[in-house]
Ligand binder design. Structure first.
Ligand code: ASP
Length: 340
């Protein structure tokens, strides 16, 4: 029987970092040797795998649209040659990259599993070992044919995941969507949660460097300080509001700015500071005014997914109305559409 083939793309991140006088940092050439020392990866029961390292390797705080395009390009160029893909990535921005890839890889019908570690492979008690081994098995098995994130025993939909812990080994949660699988003694998939199979060829949608901003409201926020960037510079804004989509000050300071931003072609998406639950524009007076001023309902999108989706929709060349309409639609399982 032919063995399954998986491509590992190492982008950097804690998993392959070494200590330096300035703290942990990735070092080119080390990671391949580190994988060589994980016995399980060389077992007959593992899929065949190849490794590609990005250059330079990055702490994921430094990941940009350029690397998203590079990673997605590598997957697209080798799509037919492999059964699945494992992207090793720093945890800090892993949920952003997972969200971005979920949109960039249109018609994806193979697993793309992002993983990493909180403790580097060079240290005792590294969680990287299980994260890599299990991700490889998931990528080879092919049950989850979507961009997902495996960490600490749980497989999550990539565009539903968010980093939750800076130091725990269960670093990610998916507050608004069930886990796709749990890796206990066996890997148990939640079939009903997986995206359905897709047919047709993979299509890659690269991202442009679209100017996007994220604004988090807080009591006493002086919206006028943000006016010029909101109305002139940014094409997409994610606003993290209170609760179900509420803004301070009855919206008096913000609503005229939103109206002007909308006139300039900016799409403002309302997300919540609460990780769990959904924005419900119109449930309160302040939030219905947001809708009337031209804001988009971000529903239960994570901020990471909202940012990635804005990049995607603007990169596809949509105009403001199209982008605004698509933001509220479910494209890759990233949100729960409002019941009308
Ligand atoms: N700063 C690291 C990174 O995101 C953290 C990690 O990988 O866990 O690259």
């Amino acid at each position: 029987m032919n063995k399954k083939r998986v491509l590992i793309i190492y982008t950097g991140g804690t998993i392959g970092m070494l200590p330096t006088p300035n703290g942990y940092a990735p070092q080119s050439g080390y990671f391949r040797a580190a994988l060589g020392r994980i016995d399980e990866l060389h077992s007959d029961r593992m899929p065949e795998w190849d490794l590609i390292e990005l250059s330079p390797l990055l702490d994921s705080s430094n990941i940009t649209v350029r690397e998203w395009n590079e990673i997605a390009g590598l997957v697209a160029a080798r799509y037919d040659a492999y059964d699945g893909f494992v992207i090793l990535h720093g945890t800090d921005t892993m949920a952003y990259t997972a969200s971005a890839l979920s949109f960039m890889l249109e018609n994806l019908n193979k697993p793309v599993v992002l993983t990493g570690a909180q403790i580097p492979l060079c240290e005792l008690r590294s969680d990287g070992r299980d994260n890599i081994v299990t991700s490889l098995l998931i990528a080879a098995e092919g049950a989850a044919r979507e961009v997902c994130l495996y960490f600490g025993g749980t497989l999550l939909r990539g565009n539903r995941a968010t980093k939750y812990s800076a130091d725990g080994l269960i670093a990610f949660v998916s507050p608004n969507y069930p886990a796709l699988a749990e890796a206990g003694i066996t890997i148990r998939y939640r079939e009903s949660a997986l995206l359905p199979e897709r047919s047709g060829p993979l299509r890659l949608q690269p991202f442009d460097n679209v100017p996007i901003g994220v604004i988090k409201v807080f009591p006493g926020i002086q919206f006028e300080l943000f006016e010029s960037i909101m109305t002139e510079k940014l094409r997409g804004i994610v606003i993290e509001t209170f609760g179900a989509g509420n803004i301070p000050g009855d919206g008096t300071a913000l609503l005229p700015i939103i109206r002007r931003a909308a006139e300039h072609g900016t799409v403002l998406t309302v997300c919540s500071q609460c990780p769990q639950g959904t924005v419900s524009l119109g449930a309160y007076e302040t939030s219905s005014a947001l809708k009337r001023a031209g804001a988009v309902n971000g529903l239960d999108l994570t901020t990471e997914a909202a940012v990635a989706k804005l990049y995607y929709l603007f990169s596809r060349g949509g105009n403001k109305e199209e982008v605004a309409a698509m933001m509220e639609k479910n494209l890759r399982g990233e949100l729960t559409e409002a019941q009308i």
